[in-house]
Design a protein around this ligand. Structure first.
Ligand code: NAP
Length: 252
């Protein structure tokens, strides 16, 4: 049997699809034929630009504002996707933030903000999506974790815990829904060239790059291609896995 990376007739929801890795995933999925719901929180213009780009290339896309850390807003986002495109075949839990600080200085609010935006959002969207996917007896869930969730990063106890939590969530949910032909996988990017790195100072980033065997930052498109593979029919027998896209940083 010959597999390909076509996503023709699939409907994808990409959380945080307005910028960075999520934007690249939305464009990659659309270029392979998927209709894409582009979720954003605070960047409406960026989300509309992604939608416009997809539509101009002949694809289907729509933007929807929702703070995915909020249970009700995540539910509304999933409902919007299904109402707009008639299905939801691929959920990418990509939305994420950092609030870096050594634990001694970290306010409780920064712990809560990161856990809610990165981890609770994954629960919120997956719960709503799984309801639909269980009925359809098919589906793909892809969680955007991080090497920080595998190796830990100083100054990122909140972020590392949220990403480690996403990895454990991935494995538990993969076991729960496998019987319904739903796969759940995580991608663990290393340092990828997006706005999120702007919060890091140049020295820290340079030191971090020394830990990367391929000795460069990753590109959002390189993560997006991996997501497209996991979403494709060719990845039907892969579930509960964490795929590193990190230049060799974490060899687990
Ligand atoms: P980014 O450029 O800062 O983009 C973050 C995206 O998430 C934006 O589209 C943003 O939307 C959205 N977002 C944040 N909070 C949200 C919320 N509460 N509800 C809905 N959307 C929200 O970051 P990125 O580098 O592309 O990161 C994407 C994912 O990859 C994150 O989960 C991040 O942890 C992970 N990751 C990134 C790297 C890296 O080096 N870049 C490495 C490992 C993992 P708005 O702008 O509309 O608010």
């Amino acid at each position: 049997m010959a597999f390909n990376l076509s996503l023709e007739n699939k409907v994808a929801l990409v959380t945080g699809g307005s910028r960075g890795i999520g934007r690249a995933i939305a464009l990659e999925f659309a270029s392979r034929g998927a209709a894409v719901a582009v979720n954003y929180n605070k960047s409406p213009e960026a989300a509309e630009e992604v939608v416009k780009k997809i539509q101009e290339a002949g694809g289907k896309a729509a933007a929807f504002q929702a703070d995915v850390s909020d249970f009700k807003q995540a539910e509304a986002l999933v409902k919007f996707t299904i109402d707009t495109f008639g299905d939801l075949s691929i959920l990418v839990n990509n939305a994420g933030i950092t609030r870096d600080q050594l634990i001694m200085m970290m306010p409780e609010s920064d712990w809560d903000a990161v856990i809610n935006a990165n981890l609770k959002s994954t629960f919120n969207c997956s719960k709503a999506a799984v309801k639909h996917m269980m009925r359809k007896r098919t589906g793909r869930i892809i969680n955007m974790a991080s090497v920080a969730g595998q190796m830990g990063n100083p100054g990122q106890t909140n972020y590392s815990a949220s990403k480690g939590g996403q990895i454990a969530f991935t494995k538990a949910l993969a076991r729960e829904v496998a019987a319904r032909n739903i796969t759940v996988n995580a991608i663990a990017p290393g340092f990828v060239d997006t706005d999120i790195l702007k919060a890091m100072n140049a020295e820290t980033l340079e030191a971090a790059l020394k830990m990367v065997p391929l000795a460069r930052l990753g590109k959002p498109e390189e993560v997006a291609f991996t997501a497209a593979f996991l979403a494709s029919d060719g990845a039907a027998y892969i579930t509960g896995q964490v795929i590193g896209v990190d230049g060799g940083m974490a060899m687990m």
